[in-house]
Design a binder for this molecule. Structure first.
Ligand code: SAH
Length: 455
């Protein structure tokens, strides 16, 4: 039987926003029926227009603000909210930090875990912090444009600026876009899969000031390739590496497997905490370098190394955490699934004259099981998994090696809390406060560090 909903599509209602979801949407409740609202903050009284109703929840947009929150920042461009690149830009930064701390606290509370959470380590200037941009290239009103997609859709919104990318990156994107347009490069068209240039990726070393430009195409052939490369070199002297990546698949995954160097080096260099890193196009590298330095310092401090320890760095990427640890440990073992990242990691160990590190390509869960089978007993295990968190096999193998300490770096508090619960079940306990570090200002993402020790 169909139950009647308290609101209908296209209806207008007045409501008070009661909550903010972890995705940054305001929540209004009409007789307990939740409506999710973009750009609306707790405590605000709003007149809403209902956009869509599902069985258990709906979506609405604000038609008029009747009372605004003292935590509101007047927004400069609604496209930052629409595209999801800066969905919290309408919330004051201090309130963003409070919101992130609460996220972690709420998840712990729901799991009945009584663990304290520290104040979020924030940024002094929480804008233009990203060292990497990946923007779709599309034909828009007859011109080659770069921009972003509207959240959960394929609707393209051309944009020349971004609140959170390094200004240098915005500048390079605009210059390269003009060159590509001038030489008649055909942007990719998703619907009929015609055209060639899919995405533009730009990486910027905050310390080195080197720039890498990656043209992600459907096919190998780029019209006027040589002339384009020469013009980019002439117009953007900061660009030390021009790369083509080929992705022939009809997919949402941005990068393909094949990478060709068109000019300059296959990597750019940057440093973190005084260590130098080579970063290739396909490798993961933390996007907020200033905060990453604080994050890594916290990891080093919490690892509490004296120079005698054997340490595992799982999900090590290009070895950034591993090398920081290697300076203070006897031996460090890193594991990572992307072969190009491990190639970078090995290069980086040499670059920094650190020879007490071993890097393995593989799934962390398989490699951990293998290390355990070989009888390894690490003193400390550092993990920094992707959003889905740790694999159960990783957790059980790690515990069997009886580390004194596990330092958990997480980009998703929901899976971190789930995994902490598992470690507790297996005889570990959280030491001290969980420390959130704001790696992603203006977005709802939360990064945290937790330390587990044997009970
Ligand atoms: N610690 C690194 C990287 C963290 S990001 C840094 O701070 O830069 C997470 C990394 O885990 C990525 O490099 C990703 O390629 C890798 N990864 C994802 N799934 C994996 C798995 N199952 N096993 C090992 N590495 C994995």
């Amino acid at each position: 039987m169909k139950t009647k909903l308290p609101v209908m599509k296209n209806q207008e209602v007045t409501a008070t926003i009661q909550d903010l979801t972890y995705q940054g949407m305001g929540v209004a409740k009409i007789d307990d029926y939740p409506l999710f609202v973009e750009n609306a903050l707790p405590g605000e009284e709003v007149k809403l227009h209902v956009l869509k109703t599902n069985k258990n929840f709906g979506y609405a947009k604000v038609v008029e603000f009747l009372k605004k929150s003292p935590d509101r920042v007047e927004i400069t461009g609604k496209e930052y909210t629409q595209t999801g690149i800066a969905p919290l830009q309408h919330l004051k930064y201090a309130a963003q930090l409070k919101f992130k701390k609460q996220q972690v606290e709420n998840l712990l509370h729901k799991a009945h875990l009584n663990i304290p959470v520290g104040d979020v380590l924030g940024m002094e200037n929480p804008y233009n912090y990203r060292n990497k941009a990946q923007v779709p290239v599309r034909l828009y009103q007859g011109e080659l444009q770069t921009g972003f997609f509207r959240k959960n859709s394929h609707h393209f919104i051309p944009m020349t600026d971004s609140l959170i990318q390094a200004k240098k990156i915005n500048e390079i994107i605009q210059k390269v876009q003009a060159i590509l347009q001038e030489y008649g490069v055909e942007p990719y068209n998703e619907e009929n899969q015609t055209g060639n240039l899919r995405n533009l990726m730009v990486r910027y070393g905050f310390y080195s000031q080197e720039v890498m430009v990656v043209l992600i195409t459907k096919t190998k052939k780029i019209k006027n390739k040589l002339a384009i490369v020469e013009k980019i070199k002439a117009t953007c002297p900061e660009v030390t590496s021009i790369i083509q990546n080929i992705n022939p698949e009809n997919t949402n995954v941005i990068m393909g497997d094949k990478t060709i160097v068109l000019a300059g080096r296959d990597v750019i260099y940057d440093s973190l905490n005084g260590l130098k890193f080579a970063i290739s196009a396909n490798s993961f590298y933390q996007v907020n370098p200033l905060q990453t330095e604080k994050l890594y310092q916290a990891v080093i401090e919490k690892a509490g190394l004296t120079g005698k320890e054997t340490v595992i760095d799982a999900y090590c990427g290009i070895g950034t955490i591993s090398l920081n640890l290697a300076k203070a440990a006897k031996k460090v073992y890193g594991v990572e699934i992307v072969p190009a990242a491990i190639a970078d990691a090995k290069k980086n160990a040499e670059l920094n004259h650190l020879d007490n590190v071993v890097f393995e390509v593989g799934k962390a869960e398989d490699q951990m099981a293998q290390w355990q089978a070989q009888g390894m007993h690490p003193d400390v295990i550092v993990v920094d998994p992707p959003r889905k968190g740790l694999d159960e096999q990783f957790i059980t193998s790690a515990v069997k090696t009886e580390p004194k300490k596990i330092v958990y770096v997480s980009c998703n508090p929901a899976t971190m809390v789930r995994d902490i619960q598992r470690f507790i079940d297996l005889g570990y306990q959280v030491e001290g406060e969980i420390l959130p570090v704001d790696q992603f200002p203006q977005t709802p993402h939360v990064e945290s560090v937790a330390v587990l020790v044997k009970s």
